[in-house]
Design a protein around this ligand. Structure first.
Ligand SMILES: Cc1ncc(COP(=O)(O)O)c(C=O)c1O
Length: 389
């Protein structure tokens, strides 16, 4: 790609922002489709989607029209009143997922969705322990952090909120040992995102479901990152033919508008009483209008077959240049690199491609928008081929 020279940029967040993020040295000023334009005039093909949020790319005409129309009609109302767009969004979302999950609760972030899923699990079972999987990332709030790998380094609260048993990825024997009568739920990401797009084995997934049922515990599928069509299925757990008790989802759910949701079965909905859960912003009209349009767009543009086909193409063709292996599903892909992923990411950026890092320093994570096309995959493969092994 013919590009102006990159302008050097310091790793600073600005004078008035808390300096808590590692800043990528690109300052986006506008974006359209799958392309980002930076302040220095350079263009980048986006294989990262702003932490997987830009599910339908940038400036999608349907999303822009929805946001504009809803903002002009009813900008905000809380859950203290019944609004049609919220009812419609809930209906749309539960129809998108497994048919056994019939109720939705809207909140604002991935962590908040998981906090509420845990609350439902504790309310429903009155048991004290959660099983989590090594490498998991479930969020930064107290409960979500307690089930997030490596939180000991940054979790500053003085006490742990509940007991957690960690099970190694794909270790069915450890899973069998971990279950017991005091387990409220197992929570897992069918494809672990932050860990590097690690897809859990079908055997592990099935064993987790069977053991949870056998012990009267709940199965929570955290699809904050891998849900909303990203793996080529509405929700990743559906690829395994498994019905979870709870699904949490966020990131792409609003196509860039902040919104998350907890989906539960009728049986769980019956346990949760008025006042048990709550939120001020969750389920606002703008968020709900976006949820409706995101799902409509995925279905009307028939994006899921394309995600499966192109995801498979990337998996087959991306083992070139510095890449020695591929993991993940659909458009949640981890490229295992011989050299540190950080170097590969810099070289991809120099060639006009944005991708992401992962907890594993030898994984480049790809989370492109679902509207990606063959020509974009061609550019990725060509760029990887030019990067030395
Ligand atoms: C699987 C998963 N769960 C939960 C979260 C937390 O989401 P949020 O940052 O919106 O709180 C993330 C964020 O990356 C995630 O990938």
């Amino acid at each position: 790609m013919n590009q102006p020279a990159a302008q050097p940029q310091a790793d600073v967040a600005g004078d008035c922002l808390l300096d808590v993020f590692h800043i990528t040295p690109v300052e986006p000023v506008k974006a359209e489709g799958v392309w980002i334009t930076a302040k220095d005039g350079r263009r980048y093909l986006d294989f990262y989607g702003g932490h997987a949020v830009a599910l339908l790319g940038y400036g999608h005409p349907r999303l822009c029209a929805t946001l504009d129309a809803q903002a002009r009609t009813l900008f905000f109302q809380s859950n203290a009143v019944d609004i049609a767009v919220r009812r419609r969004a809930a209906e749309r979302l539960v129809k998108f997922g497994p048919k056994e999950l019939t109720r939705a609760f809207f909140v604002n972030s991935g962590a908040e969705a998981n906090e509420n899923a845990l609350r439902v699990a504790f309310l429903a079972t009155r048991r004290p322990r959660i099983i989590a999987v090594t490498g998991a990332f479930h969020g930064r709030t107290a409960g979500a952090a307690a089930i997030t790998a490596g939180h000991e380094k940054w979790y500053a609260y003085p006490n742990k909120p509940f007991d957690v048993t960690w099970v190694p990825v794909d270790d069915v024997a450890a899973l069998e040992k971990a279950f017991g009568i005091d387990v409220a739920a197992i929570i897992l990401e069918p494809v672990q995102g932050v860990a590097g797009a690690k897809d859990l084995s079908p055997e592990f997934m099935k064993a987790a479901r069977a053991l949870a049922t056998c012990w009267g515990a709940l199965f929570i599928s955290d699809e904050v990152q891998c849900g909303m069509g990203r793996t080529g299925w509405p929700f990743a757990v559906m690829a395994h033919g498994i019905v979870p008790d709870i699904i949490t989802t966020a990131k792409g759910l609003g196509g860039g508008f902040p919104v998350s949701a907890v989906l539960v079965t009728d049986a769980l909905a019956a346990v949760v009483k008025k006042g048990d859960l709550g939120t001020t912003f969750g389920g606002g009209p703008l968020a709900c209008a976006m949820v409706e349009t995101v799902i409509d767009t995925i279905e009307q543009e028939d994006l899921l077959p394309r995600v499966r086909r192109l995801g498979e193409r990337i998996r087959k063709e991306a083992v070139v240049g510095p890449v020695v292996g591929v993991q993940g599903a659909g458009y949640l892909i981890g490229l295992r690199t011989r050299r540190p992923a950080k170097e590969v990411l810099e070289q991809l950026r120099a060639k006009g491609i944005m991708a992401g890092s992962a907890g594993d320093p030898h994984i480049v994570r790809l989370l492109p928008p679902l509207v990606l096309e063959d020509a974009h995959v061609d550019l990725l493969i060509a760029a990887l081929k030019e990067i030395p092994a």
